[in-house]
Each structure stands twice: as structure tokens, then as C-alpha cells.
Design a protein around this ligand. Structure first.
Ligand SMILES: *Cc1c(COP(=O)(O)O)cnc(C)c1O
Length: 496
């Protein structure tokens, strides 16, 4: 299977090229030329497999230039009992006979980004070898929280890589910050930037486009790459858990093989829900894809009107990983829904860049309505949902997951459709202790680590081990710089 750019389908790329390049030269995203089919029989046989075996089964057809033994070793290295706290890796929990939470946060950093970022480094390193690339890679990340830590854990002590993460000094939670500044590993760096996430991100972009720096790095044997969610190597591992969840539900007798389930996803950059869309197109009996947003509801409006308009107020919410106005992975969906019309996609993306607005044609709009349903949930409601779910089911969820559960209920209420549904649970509630305690009506005037203990006391739940262990870890990175000096930080790390 080859890959094409969403903005130019004429050139075909091998998987290793798509992974190493990240973004196509024309600015488009890489997409597979065709989607492999999963027959009902393969779903049936996957019911008996482990998560690692299911991974191999699902991703192999996408990786034609990788050997079976490479792919097998990726799966066992990425998803093992050292980095995940449950052998099921991505377990499904039923809270009602027709409502299932797919817990995607049992990895080393307690957010669903681990599902992809535990895998990406293996894809990348093997791809470099295949391409006979001699240079080593330096991953640069600007993060608003979850991605930075997950990337650090994924790349720590990985051969031939260095990773540098920049986070906004005043823009991440206490726990997210502690997770990053105590990061272990010989090849990692973390630095605060004075300013907000946009400052960190524009600083990283400036470093990427600095030709002079690139030359100096090359002479020292490095090139720069990124670990953000537009890389195909991040999307592919996400398809697996939807297939796996379906198999688990069949295996447990909660649905019969072939029965439809809806999937509801708290959405930001549109990567996670796009993976569910691909799983559906590959043959998993998924019904509606329910797209849940917080007050930054640009996707709710897009899915109901066909007009994408990012010119709106930006809200800082208690589900910060969804505080996004440009959902990059939507471009891949447009490519698919337009019947692979690369010219049309280029035109929409040009309009988006120039005016912040585009409207899809009636054919795409009608497909959007067929596949998707969308709504949003604000912070007040999110807190009520956390409290209600805990009160009713004794099940604790984080703010992102609460947004999704609320939107699912909204969908059911509006349509009367009670088809079984999977809700993607994207973070451990312990990552957002202050908002969760607040939702439960508790005092939140404690420091980050005390909040963990308090939440555990109040709810009788057990915090993830890596978060508990933070209190014994020394701070390794206390540097904070102005945006203009980010480049010096990278040079210090690579050129010394
Ligand atoms: C990244 C993230 C999301 C959003 O996922 P996308 O793939 O960007 O749509 C939702 N919840 C949490 C906890 C996240 O870290």
C-alpha cells in the first residue's frame, strides 16, 4: 500500500517515506491510497487475540515495506506490561447495558496520546534504517500539555533520537508540568517558554523554517522532525483500539458479531475520531460517529452546516486538549468524503488559510450528515456530568470524557436511538485533579501532588502509578526562556 498527499494524489510514497516526512511537501497530509478490508471472519478471529496480536493484524496491510518480524516487535515493544498498567492495554468498561467506555489512558503518561506515541518512535527509527538515512533525528514539540509528556516517554532513550519539548510557562496544569520537568532519559530536553501555547508553537515553527540552523544541524548529523498528530504514524495505531473494542464487546457477549455500535469521541485535532471513521470504512460495524466538542465548537457547527469558520472567540476550558480552532486532521476526512478530489481539498485549505472559512459542497455535506453527528458541552455542564456519573455509577471520568458522555446522551435524547455506543475515554481523571475535585464539590486549594491524594481519598479510586511516583522524582529541567531564545536551547542540546 502506498500513500498520497491530500493535496496532490499523483505521487505515491512508501509508508517509510510518509512517516519520515510527516507532512507532504505541498503542505498536504499523507493518506493511504486504499483502505484494507476487515471481513466479519477476521473480526471473529481477532476476538481471540491479545491487544498486541490485534495490532499486528490491523496495521500490517498498511505497512508494505515493513517485515512481519518488524511489525511484531513494534507491537510488543509499544504495548507491554511495563508501560501499561493493564494487560488489556485498552480495556472497555460497561457502565450501562448499552454504554461502554474505552479507556485509552493506561499508558505511561495517563492520556490517550500514549497509544500512538509509544508506537511512533519504532515506526520512525525503522523507517530511517530502510531509507538508509544516516543522520539522526531531533524531535521538536510545542505542547499545551498531553502531547509533550507522551512524546518524551515515547522517545526517551530511543537510539538515534533526541527530543526537545517546549511548554508555555503559565499554560499547563501543575501535574502536567511536573510530569515534564522530571522526565528521565539521556536524550531528552524540556524548557518552559515565557508566554502562551501560541508563543511556544510559533517559536517551534520559526526553528523549523530556519535554513541556517538546518545547515549547521546537518553538518553535525541531525535533522529536525516533529511528533504532532498529522504524522500517519500517529494515526495508524489509533485505528487498532476501535477494532479491538469491538472485538472485546463481541467476546464478552455484550453485542453480537455484526451488530452496530456508535462511537462517541471528545475531539480536538480530529485525529482520534478520524481513526474511528477509518475503522468503520474498513468494515468494523460502527454506526454513527458522534463528534463531541467543548465551547470551542467549530466542529459542531461544521458538521451541522457544512461551513468551517475558525473566526470566533477562543475559550480556555477545563478540557484543554480540545481547545483547538483548526482541526488539522479534518483535511484527511475531506479528501475521503470528496471522493479523493485533491484539487478541491487544496482549494478548501487555501480558503481556510487565507480567510479562516470554507464551505463544503452539497455532496460532501450530505455525507458528513450521514456519517457524523455533533454537539458540544460547556464547562458547567462538564462538571455536572462528572459528578452525576460518579454519583450514579461510582465511575470517575476526566473532563474530556465527560464532554463526550454528555454529547452521547444529547444524541440519544434527540433521536431516541439507543444503539450500543462506545465512548472514547481519553485521559485519567487524575491528570485533571483540580477540575475533577471541583466538579465533586471539593476544596481544590492544594498543590498539584496533594490534589492527587485528595482525589483518591474522596473517591476511593487508585491513582496511576506514574503520577504517584512524581513526588519522588527530582526536577531535571527548570529552564524558562523568552520565545526568541528557543533556538539557542535547541542549539545547546544538539551542537555542543
Ligand atoms: C489530544 C486529546 C484529545 C483530542 O484528540 P484529537 O485526536 O486531537 O481530536 C481529547 N482528549 C484528550 C485527553 C487529549 O489529550
Amino acid at each position: 500500500m502506498r500513500y498520497l498527499s491530500t493535496r496532490d494524489r499523483r505521487t505515491r510514497f512508501m509508508p517509510a517515506d510518509a512517516i519520515v516526512m510527516g507532512l507532504a511537501r505541498d503542505g498536504g497530509l499523507f493518506v493511504p491510497e486504499v483502505l484494507p478490508r476487515l471481513s466479519q471472519n477476521s473480526l471473529k478471529s481477532m476476538c481471540e487475540m491479545s491487544y498486541q496480536q490485534r495490532t499486528v493484524f490491523v496495521i500490517t496491510p498498511f505497512l508494505e515495506d515493513f517485515t512481519a518480524s518488524e511489525i511484531g516487535s513494534f507491537a510488543t515493544k509499544a504495548y507491554n506490561s511495563e508501560s501499561f498498567d493493564t494487560p488489556e492495554i485498552a480495556p472497555v468498561r460497561a457502565i450501562e447495558p448499552n454504554t461502554f467506555f474505552l479507556e485509552l489512558w493506561h499508558g505511561p503518561t495517563s492520556a490517550f496520546k500514549d497509544m500512538a506515541l509509544q508506537m511512533l518512535p519504532h515506526f520512525l527509527i525503522t523507517s530511517l534504517k530502510k531509507k538508509l538515512e544516516k543522520k539522526n533525528v531531533c524531535i521538536l514539540v510545542a505542547t499545551s500539555g498531553d502531547t509533550g509528556k507522551a512524546a518524551l516517554e515515547g522517545f526517551r532513550d530511543v537510539d538515534r533520537t533526541k527530543i526537545m519539548v517546549f511548554y508555555p510557562r503559565d499554560g499547563v496544569s501543575d501535574i502536567q508540568k511536573l510530569q515534564m520537568v522530571t522526565q528521565e532519559g539521556q536524550n531528552v530536553g524540556v524548557c518552559a517558554v515565557e508566554g502562551n501555547f501560541d508563543d511556544a508553537q510559533s517559536g517551534v515553527k520559526a526553528i523549523f523554517s530556519d535554513a541556517d540552523l538546518r545547515e549547521r544541524l546537518e553538518s553535525k548529523g541531525f535533522f529536525l522532525s516533529s511528533a504532532n498528530s498529522i504524522n500517519w504514524g500517529r494515526l495508524l495505531p489509533q485505528i487498532v483500539y476501535y477494532v479491538s473494542a469491538y472485538c472485546d464487546l463481541v467476546k464478552e457477549g455484550r453485542i453480537f458479531l455484526g451488530e452496530q455500535v456508535h462511537v462517541c469521541v471528545p475531539t480536538g485535532n480530529f485525529g482520534n475520531i478520524l481513526a474511528a471513521y477509518y475503522a468503520k470504512k474498513m468494515g468494523v460495524p460502527i454506526g454513527k460517529l458522534i463528534c463531541a466538542s467543548n465551547s470551542n465548537n467549530v466542529l459542531t457547527d461544521f458538521i451541522s452546516t457544512g461551513t468551517y469558520d475558525k473566526n470566533r472567540k477562543f475559550y480556555t476550558t477545563i478540557s484543554p486538549s480540545m481547545d483547538i480552532l483548526i482541526s488539522s486532521n479534518l483535511e484527511r476526512l475531506l479528501y475521503d468524503l470528496s471522493g479523493h478530489d485533491d484539487e478541491l481539498v487544496s482549494w478548501y485549505m487555501k480558503k481556510l488559510a487565507e480567510t479562516g472559512v470554507y464551505s463544503v459542497n452539497p455532496a460532501i455535506k450530505s455525507k458528513l450528515e450521514t456519517y457524523f453527528w455533533a454537539n458540544y458541552c460547556d464547562d458547567e455542564k462538564t462538571k455536572l456530568v462528572i459528578r452525576a456519573v460518579f454519583g450514579k455509577y461510582n465511575y470517575l471520568i476526566d473532563p474530556h470524557t465527560a464532554v463526550a458522555y454528555d454529547v452521547l446522551n444529547h444524541y440519544r435524547y434527540k433521536t431516541g436511538d439507543t444503539t450500543p455506543a462506545i465512548v472514547a475515554s481519553t485521559a485519567s481523571p487524575y491528570k485533571f485533579c483540580d477540575s475533577v475535585l471541583d466538579a465533586l464539590g471539593e476544596d481544590t486549594r492544594l498543590s498539584g501532588l496533594e490534589l492527587i491524594g485528595r482525589l483518591s481519598e474522596v473517591t476511593g479510586t487508585t491513582p496511576p502509578k506514574p503520577l504517584l511516583e512524581l513526588k519522588n522524582k527530582p526536577v531535571r529541567f527548570d529552564k524558562s526562556v523568552k520565545k526568541e531564545y528557543m533556538i539557542n536551547v535547541v542549539e545547546d542540546m544538539l551542537l555542543k
